[in-house]
Each structure stands twice: as structure tokens, then as C-alpha cells.
Design a protein around this ligand. Structure first.
Ligand code: DC
Length: 220
């Protein structure tokens, strides 16, 4: 059984998907974390991703990126090192958006994502899950919210983590990433034709969760 959840950043995909996975006994797979780990590998190698995409491809191909499900949630490993706590910075967010625009990088990670979904019940979140990674998923949800709502949520999240930031910069970064992610040539952020659109701008977390659970129950 597969559930695909796509949408722009800050729409609530990961928190909601994690919660739904726990309730339904599914494995949660955060594909954005893979692109973030790929970006971390490039930044550590001192690569300017936009100027040298070929070097980024080579670095990602040489890197081992793994996901594991632990009691406290998904952990992401880069060459055997647990980098879960290192990939949520604004610098890595932008790097992930840049690295994810490179088709060869996507092909590499999509292969891994499909393999992870093959043998278990998964709820997978990302940008191209319903359109490209798991086109046969019986449930596809496209989660969205206004840029201002999403930036506000991301701002609070960064503050909670103790990352210094200001709202205007978070909003500008988010708009830039929306543009990058939806205008890239290969597997851009786009709602699948058979997906159900859910706008969470005016919904509380509990309301969003109830709505998604009822969509999933109906479809499954
Ligand atoms: O969901 P996130 O913010 O952690 O994702 C980080 C970046 O990775 C995002 O800017 C777009 C990219 N991404 C992607 O292109 N395809 C996916 N399936 C998941 C993420």
C-alpha cells in the first residue's frame, strides 16, 4: 500500500505524514531528507552546485545515502554518519533545492525511493511522488497553503530549533524554492492529475490531520 504526499515546503507534509504513518502502521519516508543529505555531501566537498552540476552528480553517486526508521522517527545517514540533525538549516534547504534540479541526481535518489517502497506499506512525502516516483499509488494528496502561512510555520519551526532567522528572509527563501522546484525541467513540483488537493491555510493541525485521514480511509 502506498500513499503519496506532495506539495511545496511548509505545507505540513512531513509532520502530517509522520503522524499518519504512526496511526496506520505505515513506514514514513521523507524524500526531501535525501536531497538534503545530497546537498550536505556537495557543500562538504566545497562544490558550487549551480556552477558545477557535474561535480555534484559525481559526489552524490559516490555518497551512500540511507534512511532508517527509529523509535524517534526517520534518521538519515550520509556515508554511515547520522546527519539527521545537520540538514535542517536554511543553507542546506537552498542547496537541496539546487541539487534536486539536476536530473542525474534525481534518478539516483528516485531509484532508492522506489526500492524503499517496494516491500512495505509506505507514506512518502516529496515533490514528485504522485507524478513520478510512485505514479501507481492508490492515494495521492497534494498539500498546499499560502506562501505567507507556510513561511510563518517555517519561521516558528526554525525559532523553536534555536536557528536565528527573520520572517521576511524565510518568506523570500521559500518563494525562491517554490520557483526552483516548480519550474525545473525534470519531475517538477506539480499536483498529479489524480491527486486530491488539500489547502491547509485555514485549517488547524488537528483539522488537517482529520481531513487527510478521512481521504485516506475513503481511498484505501
Ligand atoms: O521537503 P524538503 O523541504 O525537505 O525538500 C528539500 C528540497 O528537496 C526541496 O527544495 C525540493 C527537493 N525535493 C525534490 O525535489 N523532490 C522530492 N521528492 C523531495 C524534495
Amino acid at each position: 500500500m502506498k500513499i503519496a504526499v506532495d506539495g511545496p515546503s511548509g505545507a505540513g507534509k512531513s509532520t502530517l505524514s509522520k503522524d499518519i504513518a504512526a496511526r496506520l502502521g505505515f513506514v514514513y519516508i521523507d524524500t526531501g531528507a535525501m536531497y538534503r543529505a545530497a546537498a550536505l555531501a556537495c557543500l562538504r566537498a566545497g562544490i558550487n552546485i549551480k556552477e558545477h552540476p557535474e561535480k555534484a552528480v559525481e559526489t552524490v553517486r559516490r555518497s551512500a545515502i540511507d534512511l532508517t526508521a527509529e523509535a524517534d522517527g526517520q534518521h538519515i545517514f550520509l556515508n554511515g554518519e547520522d546527519v539527521t540533525g545537520l540538514i535542517r538549516t536554511p543553507e542546506i534547504s537552498m542547496g537541496a533545492s539546487d541539487v534536486s534540479a539536476i536530473p542525474e541526481v534525481r534518478l539516483c535518489l528516485v531509484e532508492l525511493q522506489r526500492a524503499l517502497a517496494e516491500t512495505r506499506n509506505v507514506i512518502m512525502d516529496g515533490r514528485d511522488i504522485g507524478t513520478y516516483v510512485l505514479p501507481d499509488a492508490p492515494v495521492k494528496i497534494f498539500l498546499t497553503a499560502t506562501p505567507e502561512t507556510r513561511a510563518h510555520r517555517r519561521f516558528l519551526e526554525l525559532q523553536e530549533r534555536g536557528t536565528s532567522c527573520d520572517y521576511e528572509t524565510v518568506l523570500a527563501d521559500l518563494k525562491q524554492r517554490d520557483k526552483n522546484d516548480s519550474t525545473r525541467a525534470f519531475a517538477p513540483l506539480k499536483a498529479a492529475e489524480d491527486s486530491i488537493l488539500v489547502d491547509t491555510s485555514a485549517l488547524s493541525y488537528e483539522e488537517s490531520l482529520t481531513k487527510l485521514l478521512s481521504i485516506i480511509k475513503e481511498r484505501l
